[in-house]
Ligand binder design. Structure first.
Ligand code: MSP
Length: 650
């Protein structure tokens, strides 16, 4: 019997960086949807993977002195390993360097070309490598900088194939109009509509200035072109199902939900449906764009050193607690600020006080009065009203999931817990027992167990490990059968003897991590096997490192554009050093004994550019200068001849 299908996707992650909580957030939401979808009996396919082509990746590999393929292999594996550790229930992990994917992209190019949607011309304009996006001059900030990420853009003029995006302006507007939920939240759909109404220009979809990408199909006979990375990447959603090769799983298409972050909405809500229309494929049911996680109010970025490592948080606080926090804390589509305090509050309050405590009360009651037995026989006789109230909440839940209102789903799911806790306070099993109303007390015990069981079924997609522990204690399994019985109908639990389990949410009194390490500090241990330094490899007490380790330090040429003394300091100068980024780096350097501010101004220096920021005398320092010091004093290490700012040093 064929049942309804649900295809759920995450974006595929760039391999220029390892996963941080932003990536984990996207993946955890998608995993929750996939788990709910399976629980409710849908034939579910969940896709994730990595986006490995393009200039950004090529440059990231080069700057680390690695071959692009090796580098992509390493970082892709860090994503896959993390998702495996996090027990993410993906059905396929696609890589854009997979041969079948590349064949599928080539096939798509041919189909679009045959449809008359692709033509050759010259592209002249600006390109932001970091966003892998073309921008017309009019959109740039100060005629140069990327309007999305603020980095400097490069001017490109090259022969290019174009996709006739302008042709799809009207069909796209019709799609948004006729499918009010095609883009969620709806406010985002309005943004997209306004953008498209402003007019669409045809899209350059090939590049010739580098070659780390999918080549054009042989039929095009134009070997110097590679595909634009977004065309390549977006196609993953169908090539994973066999598009262009064996079509094996294409019956999962169109996707039920395509989960993305708000930063990549334009690609998914405009380019992607236009490509699909050109290919004659149906459009996804929902494209759902979540908001952005910040840290202490600031955007997370490597250069600021404030990127949160999801593994570290999950290790310290528990994976399921972390999942719950992310999904409950922020309304879908909104931005959220990550702090240990907010996480601890959620664990102690929602999880500890409401859920964990209820389980403890059940264990206490059953043990004290019924030798651990839970019996549901008289629950409906005495507590039908409570059960009705619980089911009224449970019935509201499902739409929240596919409308991407997971915070409301969780909010509503907590109401049955309140019903249960209140019932204990109101009916007081100890009083019932004292008054000889044993049957009523037993029924109350059964009611609490039933509520815990029902809540754990519905909480399972968000907290699979914890809910499995609860269901084991309550002697039932969480699956489509129990979902049907306990949620869709009002079945209670069979009689059983409760298993004792340790408290699920021990109270957390203070932050468990003194400091959250920036994610990139862990790159090495995750990305590649760190070679053991054997005693024989050490010289004069200095451990030898491999070239890979050396390349983990980003050294750049910079020019000091501003220099001043740090008041009240004998040693420090405050420098602003231009290393080719949007803003100069502030560096606090302990060189005043040897250099005055004037000496340093407009000179070139060598900067360690990927150091975690530090504070010196209350001033933030975002880098370190290379210098050599012996008994005669200190001198700066500088390039022999002037070099462009930002030039990597190797
Ligand atoms: N490779 C593209 C996607 C191609 S899909 C065909 C890409 N990759 S990414 O690695 O940069 O980002 C992947 C996802 O992580 C995006 O959905 C993005 O929104 C999300 N996040 C990255 N940083 C984030 C935060 N700080 N907060 C929340 N999510 C963010 O874009």
């Amino acid at each position: 019997m064929s049942c309804e299908k649900a295809y759920i996707t995450t974006p595929i992650y760039y391999v220029n960086d390892i996963a941080h909580i932003g990536h984990a957030y996207t993946t955890i939401i998608a995993d929750t949807l996939a788990r709910y979808s399976r629980l409710s009996g849908l034939d579910t396919y969940f896709l994730t993977g990595t986006d490995e082509h393009g200039q950004k990746i090529e440059e990231a590999a080069k700057s680390r002195g690695k071959s692009t393929q090796n580098y992509a292999d390493e970082i892709s594996a860090t994503f896959k390993n993390l998702w495996d550790e996090f027990d993410i229930s993906y059905d396929k992990f696609i890589r854009t360097t997979d041969v079948d994917h590349m064949k599928g992209v080539q096939k798509a190019f041919c189909v679009m070309h045959d449809n008359g949607d692709i033509y050759k011309d010259t592209y002249k304009g600006h390109y932001c490598i970091s966003c892998e996006t073309f921008f017309p001059a009019i959109q740039l900030v100060d005629d140069e900088f990327c309007p999305e990420c603020g980095k400097s853009t490069t001017v490109v003029e090259e022969e290019s194939y174009f996709f006739k995006l302008s042709k799809y302006e009207k069909p796209l507007l019709d799609w948004y109009e006729n499918n009010p939920d095609c883009i969620l939240p709806r406010s985002k759909r309005n943004e997209v509509i306004r953008f498209v109404e402003g007019g669409l220009q045809d899209l350059s979809i090939t590049r010739t200035s580098f070659d780390w990408g999918v080549k054009l199909p042989k039929e095009m006979n134009d070997p110097k072109h590679v595909m634009y990375v977004w065309l390549d990447a977006l196609m993953n959603y169908v090539t994973a199902l066999g598009y262009g090769t064996d079509d094996k799983d294409m019956d999962y298409w169109p996707a039920r939900v395509q989960l993305i972050g708000k930063d990549i909405l334009r690609f998914h809500a405009i380019y992607w449906p236009a490509f699909l229309m050109s290919l004659g494929l149906p459009l996804p049911k929902h494209i759902a764009a979540h908001g952005w996680w910040t840290r202490d109010g600031e955007k997370m970025s490597k250069s600021k050193g404030n990127v949160v490592n999801p593994r570290e948080i999950a290790d310290a606080y528990g994976l399921d607690n972390f999942r719950y926090f992310m999904l409950r804390e922020v309304p879908f589509g909104g931005d959220g600020d990550f702090s240990q305090k907010a996480l601890i509050d959620r664990i102690n309050s929602d999880l500890g006080n409401d859920l964990g405590n209820l389980l403890n009360r059940l264990i206490g009651m059953s043990g004290k009065y019924f030798e651990g037995t839970v019996n549901s026989e008289y629950v409906t006789t005495y507590y039908q009203n409570e059960l009705d109230e619980v089911h009224a909440s449970l019935d509201k839940l499902e739409p929240f999931i596919f409308e991407m209102q997971i915070h409301r789903y969780l909010e509503e799911l907590w109401k049955p817990l309140t019903v249960a806790n209140k019932a204990i306070d109101r009916y007081q099993p100890w009083t019932l027992m004292k008054e000889g109303k044993e049957e009523e007390a037993m029924a109350l015990n059964g009611l609490i167990a039933a509520i815990l069981a029902k809540v754990s079924v519905m909480l399972y997609p968000v907290m699979p490990e914890i809910c499995t522990k609860i269901s084991n204690a309550l002697h039932f399994s969480i699956d489509n059968k129990s979902w049907k019985n306990m949620i869709k109908s009002t079945t209670l639990l069979n009689t059983f003897v409760l298993e004792k389990i340790d408290p699920l949410f021990p109270r957390i009194e203070k932050p468990l991590l003194e400091q959250i390490e920036p994610v990139d500090k862990k790159v090495e241990s995750n990305a590649s096997e760190k070679p053991e330094t054997k005693e024989s490899e050490k010289t004069k007490g200095v451990a030898l490192i491999g070239i890979d380790q050396f390349f983990q330090t980003s050294l750049k040429v910079g020019t000091v554009v501003k220099a001043e003394e740090v008041p009240k300091s004998k040693k420090l100068l405050l420098l602003q050093v231009d290393i080719g980024e949007e803003n100069p780096r502030q560096v606090v350097a302990g060189i005043k004994e040897w250099y005055s501010a004037e000496d340093m101004l407009n000179t070139q220096v060598c900067v360690v550019a990927n150091l975690k920021p530090a504070k010196l005398m209350g001033l933030k320092s975002e880098g370190m200068l290379l210098a050599a010091k012996d008994e005669n004093g200190l001198c700066m290490i500088r390039p022999e001849q002037p070099k462009t700012v930002g030039t990597p040093i190797s």
